[in-house]
Design a binder for this molecule. Structure first.
Ligand SMILES: *Cc1c(COP(=O)(O)O)cnc(C)c1O
Length: 473
């Protein structure tokens, strides 16, 4: 054999080497077996063992099986399973069928940019777009782009808003750019998510130009404090405050702002899903009058990472902003995924969303989201003042914020909870106070998980107080 081709020959052999793929699969199965039972955070040994990856890059090509073994031996123990007792950030878990579908599609290794590159992906993008539009009760002409998460969906939405608002003033931003363009006002509120601030800066609006509106104690915009809205205005609202879970009052705000000619964008990373349920739908009342929405699959819907959607009622604006022109809309009868997202080449991430929605059905979506809400309420009901905790928010959705008697104590208790590894919750600052934030974001959280976690919260407080007492003596 030609010496040059030994690597190619080795890879042909690896492609046929079912043992290599079986090995990966077996390791994955091992992981899954323990993932929903094991302690949440890696042990100190597992973290220490990450040093095994500190190698210089090999000179020569390696052995596939050994590489997969190393990844499993030292990588798997240093993962964090987002199982039923993980309440950090707003990190969703994974629905088994959705994970399995992702697995199959990973072997397909499709490029979702164009129909001609992957007919199955284009088909599923249309199907899921229609399902989402129906599920959220949005107008039929609403389109969806499948992106990596809400950060990217927010950015895509803001570029669509920029295109439309300026186009209405006779300015084509895709050709003429922003320099010298009519000014667009950006109105949002003090509790908006940091990814919106990032999108505002990336889209060239400038964070310094934001007209920032005050919020009430729940973290909702105060409608009476809104400045006069006009047809130069981009108004950004939120479905689901990242700490309190609170929703802006879309019913009061959206219809009138729309009538004044504003573009309304709603960041609903995890909260928009309330609008897809029967029992929590009231939270999103009036949201159908907005123009664009950002929502994640990988948070409350529990698809694997990374999965987000930009939904936009103005197809021409979205496609014009993300593509060079919307003229293809007249000529093409195919779904071209790349026209609806900032990226061109991308994986077929719609597959796992299709599988999640098909598996759950409308009733399953309602049940899963409502049960997360119920578990959050169980947390709030059990963390009482008598036990040394105080819940600071009204639990309208899946988020609970709780504190102890002082900032120092809250922080120490949070650290102790993390150290105990029974469950995992992170911190935040709410109205100037340090808090522990609990996000029930996994289909797997049972009432037993909540009870076990509350026990750990109480134990953490007891241990911290015991330690403090000992220090005083
Ligand atoms: C998580 C979150 C985002 C960012 O979403 P990613 O999927 O992490 O990009 C934006 N807004 C809110 C309210 C969030 O909770």
């Amino acid at each position: 054999m030609n010496k040059k081709n030994t690597l190619q020959a080795a890879m042909f052999a690896e492609m046929q080497n079912k043992n290599l793929f079986r090995k990966a699969k077996n390791h994955a199965f091992d992981y899954l077996e323990g993932a929903f039972k094991r302690t949440i955070f890696p042990t100190e040994t597992a973290l220490k063992n990450l040093e095994k990856f500190e190698e210089t890059m090999p000179e020569k090509s390696g052995d596939g099986a050994a590489i997969i073994d190393q990844l499993h031996q030292y990588g798997t123990p240093a993962t964090i399973p987002y199982n039923g007792r993980y309440f950090g950030f707003v990190n969703g878990s994974m629905i088994p069928t959705s994970l399995a579908a992702k697995n199959l599609s990973i072997y397909w290794d499709q490029n979702a940019a164009m129909h001609i590159m992957s007919p199955i992906t284009a088909k599923l993008e249309i199907v899921v777009q229609n399902w989402l539009v129906e599920l959220f009760g949005l107008p039929k002409h609403t389109v969806a782009g499948f992106v990596s998460g809400t950060s990217m969906a927010n950015l895509a939405a803001l570029t669509a808003a920029r295109f439309r608002l300026l186009k209405n003033k006779g300015w084509d931003v895709t050709e003429q750019g922003l320099f010298g363009a009519p000014k667009i006002r950006v109105v949002t509120h003090t509790h908006i998510h940091s990814s919106i601030l990032k999108a505002i800066s990336l889209a060239g609006f400038g964070k310094g130009n934001i007209e920032l509106v005050d919020c009430d104690k729940h973290g909702r915009i105060i409608p009476e404090k809104l400045p006069a809205i006009d047809d130069n205005t981009l108004l950004i609202l939120q479905a689901g405050n990242v700490s309190s879970g609170a929703y802006d009052d879309f019913a009061t705000i959206c219809k009138t702002a729309k009538e004044k000619g504003a573009w309304i964008h709603i960041d609903g990373a995890f909260g928009l899903w309330a609008g897809a349920t029967k029992r929590l739908k009231h939270l999103t009342k009036g949201f159908e009058h907005a123009d664009s929405y950002a929502v994640d699959g990988h948070k409350t819907l529990n698809t694997p990472y990374d999965s987000g959607v930009i939904l936009c009622q103005d197809e021409e604006a979205l496609v014009s902003a993300l593509h060079t022109s919307a003229s293809y809309l007249e000529s093409s009868h195919q779904r071209e995924g790349m026209y609806y997202t900032p990226e061109m080449s991308k994986r077929a991430r719609v597959v796992e969303m299709w599988a999640a929605l098909k598996y759950l059905g409308k009733e399953g979506v309602d049940e899963m989201i409502f049960e997360m809400h119920e578990r959050a309420k169980e947390f709030a009901a059990s963390l009482t003042k008598a036990d040394g905790f105080e819940v600071l928010n009204e639990v309208v959705y899946n988020q609970v914020i709780v504190k102890c008697a002082s900032d120092e104590l809250t922080l120490a208790v949070m650290n102790k909870i993390q150290e105990l590894r029974e469950c995992w919750a992170g911190g935040a600052v709410w109205e100037g106070q340090k808090v522990i934030r609990i996000s029930v974001c996994s289909w797997a959280t049972t009432s037993e998980d909540v009870a076990r976690s509350i026990k750990s919260f109480k134990e953490a407080l007891r241990l911290v107080q015991q330690y403090q007492k000992a220090e005083i003596i």
